[in-house]
Write a protein that binds this ligand. Structure first.
Ligand SMILES: Cc1cc2nc3c(=O)[nH]c(=O)nc-3n(C[C@H](O)[C@H](O)[C@H](O)COP(=O)(O)OP(=O)(O)OC[C@H]3O[C@@H](n4cnc5c(N)ncnc54)[C@H](O)[C@@H]3O)c2cc1C
Length: 471
């Protein structure tokens, strides 16, 4: 007899494992099918956690490289990065966290079925590789995530031309690294390997780095990268790349139409990710798809009853769906609550924080200045530079600013965009401000502790009302 569950989740990434835990907390009998040998999916194994661990190493190295400034005497000569220790520490962090999810599964009595799942008809999931079996499920949640996507004409050989999955495991610091794409993944690896000593060039098709961010943020990042020695080729299209014994030869067409040749030890293709649905049997079950993604409504129902989908694998509501760990987890909670008969409400995707952990960090939420104008708002903005703050000077992190975008008529905060120290943490205040439909006046009246980086938010609010105190 097949094992029978209230909910079978396919995929134990940040979407699937959170959905499973919440469903179990709400009284459901839950199994999760996961084909990897550890839980946590992209975020824990190749994504958020290992990259941010490497970025912490890069930050530590930055302090050591400036040891004179910090008054730290290094008796053994010039500091160097030890990649063996870097990877050992990163792997310990990853293992600790994936084991943590195993513990949570046990605590919540969730069965982890180790293998690859396929949809085998209404209410049936077949595990076709690994622990082969058939599972009966009153509800199925697809959370199979995404994988790196290439660029036409550029073959990924996983050695010289690599994706983030390989970049995270590079055992040696490449002498030279070319990165295709300046989204979060591209600029984070640029920050890591530049700090570790690589000669880094970024090729971005669009006219500016981190193109989804506010234009002022893009300009500040490009300035900061230039200072660090990272070359940014914006408005440039990589047309060809061929791996040679010694490295990679790349051809790229600049904004003037001229082709230039670049060579590098490694080419990292960081141009986005596509859905993982191969072999899943979604189409055969009649699930409506959109460019390979699983189409869902705002409560994550697919076109087939009792089958839901969440996370990187979905297309929702005709709009770009953010492929972020915290988004997939939030969707996991909504879907679990709906399946448990709770009052589940659609998420507001306008209030999703976007964090990029490059150096300097970027945190943003809501409308950019350009988007607000495009939507017809009469916009007012206020900016405040971190460099003025005592706390930023103490940390030696004086680049960047906080920018508030507000509606002039009602004073409502429409977006907050920051680049600079701790921006990925500071953005939390901005997310709450948007969720509570806060006015700039309320931010002005909010007391920010001194000396902190968060003072930049209060000061940017003052600036939006005409005058910052410390400028
Ligand atoms: C380098 C990098 C850095 C990132 N950094 C951040 C960050 O800092 N912050 C952030 O919010 N997001 C970040 N992301 C994005 C984030 O990792 C993803 O948005 C998130 O992991 C999506 O979660 P998911 O559950 O939808 O899918 P995934 O995490 O991809 O999980 C899907 C799981 O399903 C399993 N699976 C697939 N098919 C099957 C099958 N048929 N049977 C069984 N199992 C299956 C896979 O093995 C996988 O474990 C980063 C991504 C990358 C690549």
């Amino acid at each position: 007899m097949p094992a029978s569950y209230d909910v079978v989740v396919i995929g134990a990434g940040t979407g699937g494992y959170v959905a499973a835990i919440r469903a179990s907390q709400l009284g459901k009998k839950v199994a999760v099918v996961e084909k990897q040998t550890s839980l946590g999916g992209t975020c824990l194994i190749w994504g958020c956690i290992p990259t941010k661990a490497l970025l912490e190493h890069a930050h530590a190295f930055k302090i050591v490289l400036n040891s004179d400034e910090w008054g730290i005497a290094l008796p053994y000569g010039a500091p160097a990065i030890d990649m063996r220790q870097v990877h050992a520490r990163k792997d310990r962090i990853v293992t600790g966290l994936t084991k943590g999810i195993e513990f949570l599964f046990k605590k919540n009595k969730i069965d982890w079925i180790k293998g690859t799942a396929t949809l085998a008809g209404r209410g049936r999931v077949e595990v076709v590789e690994g622990e082969k079996q058939v599972l009966e499920a009153a509800e199925i949640v697809i959370a199979t995530g995404s994988s790196p996507r290439g660029v036409p004409g550029i073959e990924i050989d996983h050695t010289r031309v690599i994706t983030s999955d390989e970049a995270i495991h590079l055992q040696e610091v490449p002498k030279s690294l070319v990165i295709l794409g300046s989204g979060a993944v591209g600029v984070e690896f640029a920050s890591i390997f530049r700090r570790f000593g690589s000669d880094v060039t970024i090729i971005e098709l669009l006219p500016r780095l981190v193109p989804i961010e506010d234009e002022a943020v893009s300009a500040e990042l490009e300035k900061a990268f230039k200072k660090q020695g990272i070359r940014s080729l914006t408005g440039t299209k990589a047309t060809k790349a061929s791996a040679t014994g010694a490295g990679v030869e790349i051809e790229a067409q600049g904004p003037d139409g001229k082709t230039q040749k670049l060579t590098a030890d490694i080419l990292l293709v960081a141009t986005g990710r596509g859905p993982v649905t191969t072999g899943l049997g979604a189409e055969a079950l009649g699930i409506a798809m959109e460019k390979g993604y699983i189409k869902v409504d705002t409560l994550y129902r697919t076109s087939v009853p009792n089958v839901s989908a969440i996370g990187d694998v979905i297309a929702i509501d005709g709009r770009a769906h953010p492929q972020l760990a915290h988004v997939s987890s939030a969707e996991g909670i909504v879907v679990a609550e709906r399946l448990a008969g709770r009052d589940a409400r659609p998420l507001n995707y306008d209030h999703v924080p976007s964090c990029t952990y490059c150096d300097p960090e970027i945190g943003s939420v809501g409308l950019t200045e350009a988007a607000a104008k495009q939507q017809g708002y009469e916009v007012r903005t206020g900016s405040f530079p971190f460099g003025v703050l005592g706390r930023a000077r103490m940390a030696g992190e004086t680049e960047g600013f906080v920018k508030i975008v507000a509606d002039k008529k009602y004073d409502e905060v429409l977006g907050v965009h920051m680049i600079g120290p701790r921006s990925t943490e500071l953005v939390a205040e901005a997310v709450l401000a948007l969720r509570l439909e806060c006015t700039v006046e309320e931010l002005v009246k909010t007391i920010h502790a001194h000396p902190t980086f968060s003072e930049a938010i209060g000061e940017a609010a003052h600036a939006a009302h005409g005058a910052a105190i410390h400028m």
